[in-house]
Design a protein around this ligand. Structure first.
Ligand code: SF4
Length: 629
């Protein structure tokens, strides 16, 4: 067996307390690599059609990849997946930190949690052994209290903890799984699945070293990247400030969502720019396992809110969702709201956009002071934001409604509220405007997980030619995307770019590499070769991504999703009230045509979007045809 994986998948059944180790073989790992592919395989084969996402039939899968845990920048990542309680569709999110590397060092390539415990439990995994332990004393605790208690109890400060806070326990539909205090598997509500299983935490400690088949080659690549980052040749300002530098440019271009994606101007944006606020409240940077880029902000303040640096500072997505989207430009309030999300295990995007939705409802009289318990929930009220985030984590008052996410809350509120819910498949939009980036319009509409910015195309890099005349995005150029494409284009060239990008991103996801570390596709292939000893090719790499996307699509098909669900929120078809996008929204007919082109290019039925038998066979997953309608 190649060195960078163990051929061991741990299963824990919380209903009957049994455990088991599967050994699926090298072909399985070369066909899947990890991440989405493992999640889709389990969800299709083992979770019955129509299962309640919050019932014991759902499974929670922790799936690192064949690169996770190697001492290379970006190889910290792992994926978490389940049927999503937010969307009802394929649910998955990627996360950094140290937990995935520890799981690999403890001797396991993935963890599948089945059933549900009757009372709160946690898992203790150490060097190939697993125990299910009582967690009654941890239930109700915030994530920091939980992590501290577990490290004390287990007598080891190096124990890494994947866990939920009260948000996950209370089944907030966008609850996340926290790896430590700063890193979130944020999207699609996986923390609620963990809560539904009464699983408070998975504590892991591995003392085995993890090596690849060609350690010399891996070390050379790791060194080269670290030197490029340290010299400033790669990674830009991420090393110094993390994500979100120069946020004002997002106002000028229209990319930064303002007031629930309604408006185009926000003078306070400068206060939210990472370089500006890090000079005021930054106390350093932190990083994930073995990463030279270290893009994680640490912030500290005493007033008007106490900020605990252990919880990290806001990333771009967080200060967009909890900041400009809610009209709040007070960075200490935004940082406090971010900290509360990490403490309660809430996705900062889902939470921020849902609060922004509520603010718009409040300003339009659809929610009243009586509904909010006297909170003046208008745009820009930072104190109200902080208060409501905590209420969501506890499901108290208005927080109970908003913990359902913007779509379900809108359905309960009724009237015009549905117009203000900014989501795709029920998942709130990330902080990138699809009216500006049409690649994201395609991606948000079609992604099996609902609106997602990690594997959807940000096509601003494709607009202008590079010095050699080819499209400037080097990663896409090597996949054969040679000519620039206008930003507003939704034709076949944009669909092709969107699809290639998504497939390439999902392949990186399955290997479990961080998207912020600028590894080229070619370098990723060389890394997989050196890690596993396989003669892995760029062709296989692309097929890994196509397989993941098609299996996730098939899972959604089985759950009743179809073209009618590949839609954007009503807001995306209107212009903003002012600013760069005041001239018009997305043309729904052009987007509809793009979707059908996408289906056809993927080898799915052009009308229904259902993967064909032939495509499943071509992707070497013919077993999945039994799940076709
Ligand atoms: S670039 Fe940032 S998020 Fe990615 S692995 Fe490094 S520290 Fe973690």
């Amino acid at each position: 067996m190649a060195a960078s994986f163990h051929n061991k998948i741990l299963r824990v059944n919380l209903t009957d307390g049994t455990t088991q180790v599967d050994e699926p073989g090298a072909v399985y790992f070369r066909r899947y690599l990890g991440g989405w592919n493992i999640i889709a395989d389990v969800l299709l084969k083992e979770v019955p059609a129509g299962a309640d996402p919050l019932g014991p039939e759902n499974k929670l899968i922790f799936a690192p990849g064949v690169l996770t845990g190697l001492p290379i920048s970006g190889a910290s990542r792992s994926a978490v997946g389940a049927k999503s309680p937010l969307t009802g569709s394929f649910g998955a999110a990627e996360v950094g930190g140290n937990w995935g590397a520890q799981l690999k060092r403890a001797g396991f390539d993935a963890l599948i949690v089945e059933g549900a415990a009757e009372k709160p439990v946690y898992l203790w995994i150490k060097d190939g052994e697993v125990e299910i332990r009582d967690a009654t004393h941890l239930w109700g605790q915030l994530t920091k209290e939980t992590q501290t208690a577990l490290r004390d109890e287990l007598g080891d400060r190096r124990v890494e903890v994947a866990m939920i806070g009260p948000g996950g326990e209370n089944l907030a539909r966008y609850a996340c799984v926290m790896n430590g205090l700063k890193d979130a598997a944020g999207r699609t509500g996986l923390g609620a699945v963990m809560g539904s299983k009464h699983l408070k935490a998975v504590a892991v400690r591995g003392t085995q070293s993890l090596e690849g088949a060609d350690n010399e080659a891996l070390r050379a690549m790791a060194r080269e990247m670290a030197e490029a980052i340290n010299s400033g040749a790669k990674g830009g300002t991420l090393h110094k400030y993390g994500t979100g530098v120069g946020i004002e440019s997002g106002v000028l271009s229209g990319n930064l969502p303002i007031h629930n994606f309604r408006d185009g101007e926000f003078p306070g944006a400068i206060n939210l720019s990472a370089d500006v606020f890090m000079e005021q409240i930054g106390v350093g940077m932190d990083g994930c396992f073995a990463c030279a880029l270290r893009c994680k902000k640490l912030v500290k303040a005493e007033t008007p809110y106490v900020l605990d640096p252990d919880y990290g500072g806001p990333e771009y997505e967080s200060f967009g969702a909890l900041g400009s989207c809610c009209g709040v430009d007070d960075i200490i309030a935004v940082s406090k709201a971010t900290e509360l999300c990490n403490a309660y295990s809430l996705d900062t995007i889902g939470c921020g956009v849902t609060v922004a939705f509520a603010m718009e409802c409040f300003e339009n009289g659809l929610l009243t002071l009586e509904d909010t318990g006297g909170i003046d929930l208008r745009f820009g009220n930072g104190a109200a934001l902080v208060q409501v985030v905590e209420m969501i984590g506890r499901r108290e008052g208005i927080g109970d409604l908003l913990a359902e996410g913007s779509l379900r809350a809108a359905e309960k509120i009724g009237g015009e509220a549905l117009k203000y819910a900014v989501h795709a498949k029920g998942q709130e939009y990330p902080m990138h405007e699809p009216r500006l980036k049409r690649g994201l319009a395609i991606g948000y509409a079609i992604s099996p997980t609902g609106a997602d910015h990690c594997h959807s195309l940000h096509d601003t890099g494709l607009v202008n030619p590079g010095a050699d005349g080819f499209a400037a995005d080097a990663g896409l150029r090597t996949l054969g995307l040679l000519e620039p494409i206008p930003l507003e284009d939704l034709g076949p060239a944009k669909v092709r770019a969107s699809l290639y990008h998504t497939v390439r991103s999902l392949a990186g996801n399955c290997a479990c590499l961080c998207l912020f570390v600028p590894w080229s596709t070619d370098e990723q292939i060389r890394m997989v070769r050196a890690a596993t000893g396989w003669d892995f090719s760029v062709y296989e790499h692309q097929k890994i991504g196509e397989r993941a996307l098609t299996l996730a699509r098939l899972f959604n098909t089985r759950e009743g999703f179809g073209p009618q669900d590949d839609r954007l929120a009503p807001r995306s078809y209107e212009p903003t009230t002012s600013g760069a996008l005041a001239e018009g929204g997305i043309d729904p007919e052009a987007l509809e045509a793009a979707m059908h082109t996408y289906y056809g290019m993927m080898g799915w039925d052009r009308e229904t979007g259902i993967p064909s038998r032939e495509k499943l066979a071509e992707l070497d997953v013919a077993w999945a045809e039994v799940y076709l309608p």
